[in-house]
Structures are given as structure tokens and as C-alpha cells.
Design a protein around this ligand. Structure first.
Ligand SMILES: Cc1ncc(COP(=O)(O)O)c(C=O)c1O
Length: 409
């Protein structure tokens, strides 16, 4: 059995600071808040250098010293490659702004960044002897859970709002999870999972209700730092639902600074939400540390339709500490940005990724993002999973081909 050198020292309640032991199964802390994994960063910094990374495989397990897994046999690999950073030069020229970079997470297994969190959560669940997992999802997380659990021989139950994108629902079921649609929101599905724990004896893999998904999402921050030669962008725009990615990146930057790989300069973190579901934006604008649950949540960007986030204060803390902000965009603007990026740059964003482009346009106009700042947008999933407006034309082969019609379309 191959042991991996790991530097986990303990877990810590993100709200009260209470310490919890490593190598045990954990859900939320006693205070009902997310637990964060802490490392002996001094020892970590002695064990690995930036140069060591250069010789490793181009996959996110290259950051293994920053991750909690102890035994290599528990890692389930589905091809966790390094995702490309695509420059959007034409849009940059059009908007007359600083560099626009798009981190395209749609290349990961199951087509979304959820693979990062679930690869870690499932590996840790395997290491800690879990045999059954359950999760509420807006789609992508469920797909990743299903895939990694099938590979790891862990039984899975997934609960989705009934208007989750069709492809997601089918892929979750097809990849081996018992899949249920409920006529409510993700938080209602979360209740089914939480309340079913005793009867069903499953491990609750909900966003931030277990400590390891965030460690997987942390690799986004480690990876983008390495890709940009340890110079972080001025601004990161992140489509925020439960916020694991934003919180994970923020944690990555703290750990990198602690070991001296980056300086104290941080990107301004911008949490992007949709006007139809913007609890974090409301809390940010009102100056509170916690968000009230959003009523009647709706948006075409289903991944960010999260009426209540258990890590709301962690998102808001990161946004404020970074001198960033939280912003809402309309579905019309998301739709327009979606089309604009596809047709101008040839990059098919997911609607959540398009929300970050819509937010960039909006905030360049408002002046909250300056024209001299370079920005990174997160495209969290492949655009291929989402319905697209039909823009094609039909040809009737029983009639002569009308090239004038074809040219003028
Ligand atoms: C495509 C996409 N973007 C963004 C999000 C929001 O992610 P987070 O929970 O990290 O805020 C999700 C979550 O489902 C998603 O599927």
C-alpha cells in the first residue's frame, strides 16, 4: 500500500476555530458550520518546491502535498487534467479593457469543475470507509459524484430540483447514481439528504457539509497560480452558488503565501450571481456577514440557483478581504454574453460562465472594474450540457437547393 506524504494537522471550524482531529469522518462542525482542513505548512514547504512540480504529470494530483489523501490506492483517476486558460483577445479589444483570461473548467471529467471537489471527497470517503453517499445537486456536482462513486464502488443517491438541465439528470442516472427529481429547490433536496441520514445510513456529500470538496476546489487556485507563473490576476470573476470554488481559491492563495510561493497581492474576488437568485449580493450590499435565504429563486444559470449557502460568511469574508464585490446580472445579459463569446471567441461557455462575462461588461461600464485590470473569468462547465437556442435552417432535399436562401440566411 503506497503511502502519500501528507501534511494535514487537523480540521478547524471555519466559524468558531474549534479544532477537530484529522483522519475521521466529519460533516459540519458542532456550530453547524463548514470544517476547513489545516496543514503543517512549514513541513509542507520543506517537502516540495515549485521546481518539483515541473516534473510531475499535468493533472491536479500534482498538488498532492496540499491535499489530505494518505493512500494512493484511494485515488480514483478519471483524467483530472490541468484546464487551459484561454485569452479572449477579441473581446478585450472590443471592450477596451485589460487582459481577459477564461479558465475553462469544462474540460474536466464529467464536463465541469465539480470533478475537482468530488474527486477529493470520494477519495477521502473511500479512505475513511464510506460505502454510501448522497447529495442534493443542481446537476454538475451530482454527475461528478455519480462518476467518481461508480469508479470507487460506492453506492450513490442524488436528488435534483425537477427543472435541472435534462442532460445532467440523465448523465447522473446513467453514471450509476439512484437519481430522484423533487419539485423544489436544491435546499429542499438538501433537506431530504440531511433528514435521511439515519434511516439511509448515507454520507452527506452536500456542498461544504463535508470538508474535502473544498480541498479539491482549492486546486483551481494552485493551478492558476502555477499557470500564470505565480503572478495572480488583478480580478477573478466567479459564478457563485454554494461558493466552494471561491472559498477554495481563497484558501489556496493563503496557503501559497504562507509557504512563500506568492506575495501578499491577491486578486479582487468578485462573486457573480443572477438577479433572480442573489442572496450573497444582497448581503454584500447590506453589509451583513450572513445571507438571508432567497425566495422564488430563478435563473437560466441553474448552477448558481442556490437560495441559501452554508458557507455564506466565508464567501462574503473573502470578497470583502480582497477588496472585491458581489454582483448580480440579468438572464438577458447572461444570454447575450453566452452568444457573444461563442460567436466572437469560438468559446462555448456554460450559462454560469457567461454570467461572469456579463458581469465584466456591466462592471467595466460602472467603473468597479478598471480598464487597466486584467481579469480571469471562470467557465465552470462545458457549454455542451446546456440547451442552446435553435439557430439553424432546414433544407428540403425534394426541392432544388436554393443557394440564394443559403447565402442570405
Ligand atoms: C456550472 C456551474 N457554475 C457554478 C456553480 C456554482 O459553484 P459553487 O458551488 O462553487 O458556487 C455550479 C454549481 O453547481 C455550476 O454547476
Amino acid at each position: 500500500m503506497q503511502e502519500i506524504e501528507t501534511f494535514v494537522s487537523h480540521l478547524e471550524c471555519s466559524y468558531t476555530g474549534k479544532i477537530y482531529p484529522a483522519d475521521r469522518l466529519h460533516g459540519l462542525s458542532e456550530a453547524g458550520k463548514p470544517l476547513l482542513v489545516r496543514y503543517d505548512l512549514e513541513a509542507l514547504s520543506q517537502a516540495v518546491t515549485k521546481e518539483d512540480l515541473a516534473d510531475r504529470l499535468p493533472e491536479f494530483w500534482r498538488y498532492r502535498e496540499f491535499l489530505p489523501i494518505r493512500r494512493a490506492e484511494n485515488i480514483v483517476r478519471l483524467g483530472e487534467l490541468i484546464t487551459p486558460i484561454l485569452p479572449a483577445e477579441k473581446l478585450q479589444n472590443q471592450y477596451e479593457c485589460g487582459e481577459i483570461l477564461i479558465k475553462d473548467e469544462g474540460r474536466l471529467p464529467t464536463g465541469s469543475f465539480k470533478a475537482r471537489g468530488l474527486a477529493l471527497a470520494v477519495a477521502m470517503a473511500k479512505e475513511l470507509g464510506v460505502q454510501r453517499m448522497a447529495m442534493p445537486t443542481n446537476g454538475n456536482a451530482g454527475a461528478a459524484l455519480a462518476a467518481y462513486c461508480s469508479a470507487a464502488d460506492i453506492e450513490t443517491y442524488v436528488f435534483c430540483p425537477e427543472d435541472t438541465p435534462r442532460v445532467n439528470i440523465e448523465e447522473i442516472a446513467f453514471q450509476g447514481a439512484k437519481t430522484f427529481l423533487a419539485n423544489g429547490y436544491i435546499n429542499d433536496c438538501g433537506k431530504i439528504v440531511g433528514e435521511g441520514k439515519e434511516i439511509m445510513n448515507w454520507f452527506d456529500a452536500s456542498t461544504l457539509k463535508e470538508p474535502y470538496r473544498i480541498e479539491g476546489k482549492k486546486t483551481m487556485g494552485l493551478e492558476l497560480a502555477e499557470q500564470l507563473d505565480w503572478e495572480l490576476p488583478d480580478v477573478i470573476l466567479y459564478p457563485t452558488g454554494g461558493g466552494t470554488g471561491l472559498i477554495g481559491m481563497w484558501k489556496a492563495f493563503q496557503e501559497l503565501e504562507a509557504i512563500g510561493w506568492i506575495g501578499s497581492k491577491r486578486p479582487r474576488m468578485v462573486a457573480v450571481q443572477a438577479e433572480g437568485c442573489a442572496p450573497i449580493v444582497k448581503a454584500f450590499d447590506e453589509g451583513t456577514r450572513h445571507a438571508e435565504p432567497w425566495k422564488d429563486a430563478h435563473t437560466i444559470a441553474s448552477g448558481i440557483r442556490v437560495p441559501a449557502a452554508v458557507g455564506d460568511f466565508l464567501i462574503l469574508d473573502a470578497v470583502r478581504e480582497s477588496d472585491g464585490f458581489a454582483v448580480a446580472v440579468s438572464d438577458e445579459d447572461i444570454d447575450a454574453a453566452h452568444k457573444e463569446c461563442a460567436k466572437t471567441e469560438g468559446i462555448l461557455l456554460c450559462p454560469e460562465g457567461a454570467a461572469t462575462l456579463a458581469a465584466l461588461k456591466q462592471e467595466l461600464k460602472s467603473g468597479r472594474i478598471r480598464a487597466d485590470e486584467n481579469v480571469m473569468l471562470f467557465n465552470c462547465a462545458t457549454g455542451l450540457k446546456y440547451p442552446m437556442e435553435s439557430e439553424h435552417h432546414n433544407i428540403d432535399l425534394n426541392k432544388p437547393i436554393d443557394y440564394d436562401f443559403i447565402r442570405d440566411c
